[in-house]
Design a protein around this ligand. Structure first.
Ligand SMILES: *[C@@H]1O[C@H](CO)[C@@H](O)[C@H](O)[C@H]1NC(C)=O
Ligand SMILES: *[C@@H]1O[C@H](CO)[C@@H](O)[C@H](O)[C@H]1NC(C)=O
Ligand SMILES: *[C@@H]1O[C@H](CO)[C@@H](O)[C@H](O)[C@H]1NC(C)=O
Ligand SMILES: *[C@@H]1O[C@H](CO)[C@@H](O)[C@H](O)[C@H]1NC(C)=O
Ligand SMILES: *[C@@H]1O[C@H](CO)[C@@H](O)[C@H](O)[C@H]1NC(C)=O
Ligand SMILES: *[C@@H]1O[C@H](CO)[C@@H](O)[C@H](O)[C@H]1NC(C)=O
Length: 466
C-alpha cells in the first residue's frame, strides 16, 4: 500500500513537472530551447517575449514610435517604462528597425537569426566558427542573454559581450571594447559617440566624424580616466553588482571611479548606465517596487559625464580640437537642461538642415556674405549698413573658430569691424571688452545664464540682396 501510494505520488509529481516544463519552459527558468521563435506583430495577441526567471528582463520585439518599426531588444520588463538595455545592432535600414512580421529564431548552428517578413535574413548573432553548436539560450536576472554550447560552461555568444548603448551591473568592458550611442533616441543605428576602454588601458568617450561614422574617423575624446600607465594599464571597466563603475588595473587594483558618489542599494533599485545619442554618459536608478523609500517612480539620475557637455570642446590632443561638434551641430547653440542633457537651438534667421534632427546643423535663411572680386576691402562699415544687420544672442559664446581679436572694444566698434570685413560671419564680445571675429560655420555654440559673452551674427537685411 505504502509502495503504491508513493509510486502514484511520484507519477503525479513527474506529470506536474512535465506540465510545468512544457507550458513555460522559457518563462520560469529563463531558458530558451533551440527552435523557439518570436514574431514582431502589430496585434498584441501574437506579440510575445522570453523572460528571465525573476521576470525582471524580457527579450523580444518592441514597437518603436514614431518610426513605425520594431527592434529586437532586451528590456526591464517589470517597470512601466520597459526601458530597452540592448538591441540587435547593424540592421541595414535607415532607423535600424525591422518591419511587422519579422521573426527571430533560436537555431543550433547560427544562434539567434532575425528574418524579415519575406524570410530574408536581417541580422544574426555571430558565433565563433569552431566552438560547436548552441544547445539553448538563457536570459539571466542580470539582463544578459547568453547562447550556451553543449559543452557545459561554454557561452558562445552573449548580449553582455556584444553591448549596444547600455551597461548593466555585472557587465564589463575589456581593452578594445566599447559601447556606442544611438543615432537618435528613436533611431537604433550606431551614432557618433563611443565609450571605449582603449588597448592602452585608458577609458575614454570619443566622438567620430558625424558624416562617415567610420570607427577610424575618431575626432577626439572628451572624457578620460587617465589609466594608460604602461606598467599597469587599465584592464577592465567594471559596472559591479552594487552599481559602482570603475577601472580595474592589470594588477587588480581599482584606480578610477566613474561614479563620484555611492550608488543607491541594488537590492531596492535597478541600475543602468547609458551613452546617450547626444554624447552624455549617465547612470540612472529606478525603484524595483512602487514606493520604495518614497522615491519617484521613474528613473533618477545618479551621475553623468561630462557634467556639462555644452562646455566641452577640447580633447586631450590639441591637434583635433577645432574639429566637428559635440552635442549640437554647426551654427547650433547648446543649452544644458536640468537633467544634464543638452538641447539645441538654431539662432534667429537660421533653420535646421534636417528638420527632424534638432541636434543637427543649422543653415542661414539668407545668402551669406562672401569675399568676391567686387567686395570692397576699403569700404567703411557705414557703406554695408543698408545690406547687413546683426542678430543679437545674449549670453551666447562660440569658443572656437576665431580669426581676429580686438581689445577694449564696445558693442558698436565690435559690430562695425565685422560689418566692414567680408570674411566676418559673427563677433563675440566678452565682458572683458575683447571682441572676437568668427568664421563660418560657427561651432561649439553655448548659451548659459552665467555666460560672460554676447554674440552678434551678421545677417542679410530682410528684403535686401547679397
Ligand atoms: C543595405 O541595403 C541596401 C539596399 O537594400 C544595399 O544596396 C546595401 O548594399 C546594403 N548594405 C549592406 C552593408 O548590406
Ligand atoms: C567599437 O567596437 C566595435 C566592435 O568591436 C569595433 O568594430 C569598433 O572599431 C570599435 N570602435 C572604436 C572607436 O574603438
Ligand atoms: C562594488 O564596488 C564597491 C566599490 O569598490 C565595493 O565596495 C563593493 O563591495 C562592490 N560590490 C560587489 C558586489 O562586488
Ligand atoms: C587578478 O585577479 C584575477 C581573478 O581573481 C586573478 O586570476 C589574477 O591572477 C589576478 N592578477 C594579479 C596580478 O593579481
Ligand atoms: C532614501 O531615504 C533616505 C532617508 O530619507 C535618503 O537619505 C536617501 O537619499 C533616500 N534614497 C534614495 C535613493 O532616494
Ligand atoms: C571702395 O570703397 C572706397 C572707400 O569708400 C571707395 O572710394 C571706392 O570707390 C570703393 N570701390 C568700389 C569698387 O566700390
Amino acid at each position: 500500500m505504502g509502495v503504491i501510494s508513493c509510486w502514484i505520488l511520484q507519477v503525479v509529481l513527474v506529470l506536474q513537472l512535465q506540465v510545468l516544463v512544457s507550458l513555460s519552459h522559457n518563462i520560469i527558468s529563463g531558458s530558451v530551447p533551440v527552435g523557439e521563435s518570436l514574431t514582431a506583430s502589430e496585434s498584441k495577441q501574437f506579440s510575445s517575449s522570453w523572460l528571465s526567471s525573476s521576470g525582471d528582463f524580457a527579450f523580444g520585439f518592441r514597437k518603436i514610435q514614431p518610426n513605425d518599426g520594431f527592434t529586437l531588444s532586451i528590456w526591464f520588463d517589470k517597470i512601466p517604462d520597459k526601458t530597452i538595455v540592448w538591441h540587435a545592432q547593424g540592421i541595414n535600414t535607415t532607423t535600424g528597425l525591422v518591419p511587422d512580421g519579422s521573426k527571430v529564431t533560436l537555431t543550433a548552428d547560427r544562434g539567434l537569426v532575425l528574418t524579415g517578413p519575406g524570410g530574408q535574413q536581417l541580422w544574426s548573432s555571430s558565433l565563433p566558427q569552431t566552438r560547436g553548436s548552441v544547445s539553448r539560450g538563457l536570459i539571466t536576472d542580470a539582463g544578459d542573454f547568453g547562447l550556451l554550447s553543449e559543452d557545459p560552461g561554454v557561452v558562445l555568444w552573449s548580449s553582455f559581450a556584444n553591448p549596444t548603448d547600455t551597461l548593466l551591473p555585472t557587465q564589463s568592458i575589456v581593452p578594445g571594447g566599447n559601447i556606442s550611442s544611438r543615432r537618435k533616441e528613436t533611431s537604433f543605428q550606431k551614432g557618433r559617440f563611443r565609450l571605449r576602454l582603449g588597448e592602452d588601458g585608458d577609458l575614454q568617450i570619443l566622438t567620430l566624424n558625424s558624416e562617415t561614422l567610420a570607427e577610424t574617423d575618431v575626432y577626439f575624446s572628451y572624457y578620460s580616466s587617465n589609466t594608460k600607465d604602461p606598467h599597469n594599464p587599465g584592464n577592465r571597466l567594471v559596472f559591479n553588482e552594487t552599481g559602482y563603475m570603475y577601472v580595474v588595473m592589470r594588477d587588480n587594483t581599482t584606480r578610477f571611479y566613474v561614479n563620484k558618489k555611492d550608488p543607491v542599494p541594488s537590492k531596492d533599485f535597478y541600475h543602468r548606465a547609458v551613452l546617450h545619442f547626444d554624447g552624455v554618459l549617465a547612470q540612472y536608478y529606478h525603484p524595483k517596487r512602487h514606493g520604495v523609500n518614497n522615491s519617484n517612480n521613474g528613473w533618477s539620475l545618479a551621475w553623468s559625464e561630462p557634467e556639462n557637455i555644452c562646455a566641452k570642446r577640447f580633447g586631450p590632443s590639441l591637434d583635433a580640437n577645432e574639429l566637428g561638434n559635440l552635442a549640437c551641430g554647426f551654427n547650433n547653440i547648446c543649452i544644458l537642461g536640468d537633467n544634464h542633457r543638452p538641447k539645441c537651438e538654431c539662432p534667429e534667421r537660421f533653420l535646421l538642415v534636417d528638420p527632424n534632427d534638432e541636434y543637427g546643423d543649422c543653415k542661414p535663411d539668407f545668402e551669406m556674405q562672401t569675399c568676391g572680386p567686387e567686395s570692397n576691402q576699403t569700404a567703411t562699415a557705414h557703406q554695408y549698413e543698408d545690406r547687413y544687420e546683426f542678430v543679437t544672442l545674449k549670453m551666447t559664446n562660440w569658443p572656437s573658430g576665431d580669426y581676429k581679436r580686438y581689445s577694449n572694444y564696445d558693442e558698436e566698434r565690435c559690430k562695425a569691424t565685422c560689418l566692414s570685413d567680408c570674411f566676418c560671419g559673427a563677433v563675440v564680445l566678452g565682458r572683458d571688452r575683447l571682441c572676437w571675429k568668427k568664421k563660418f560655420p560657427l561651432s561649439y555654440g553655448i548659451r548659459d545664464a552665467n555666460g560672460d559673452s554676447d554674440t552678434f551674427i551678421k545677417v542679410l537685411k530682410l528684403g535686401s540682396r547679397s
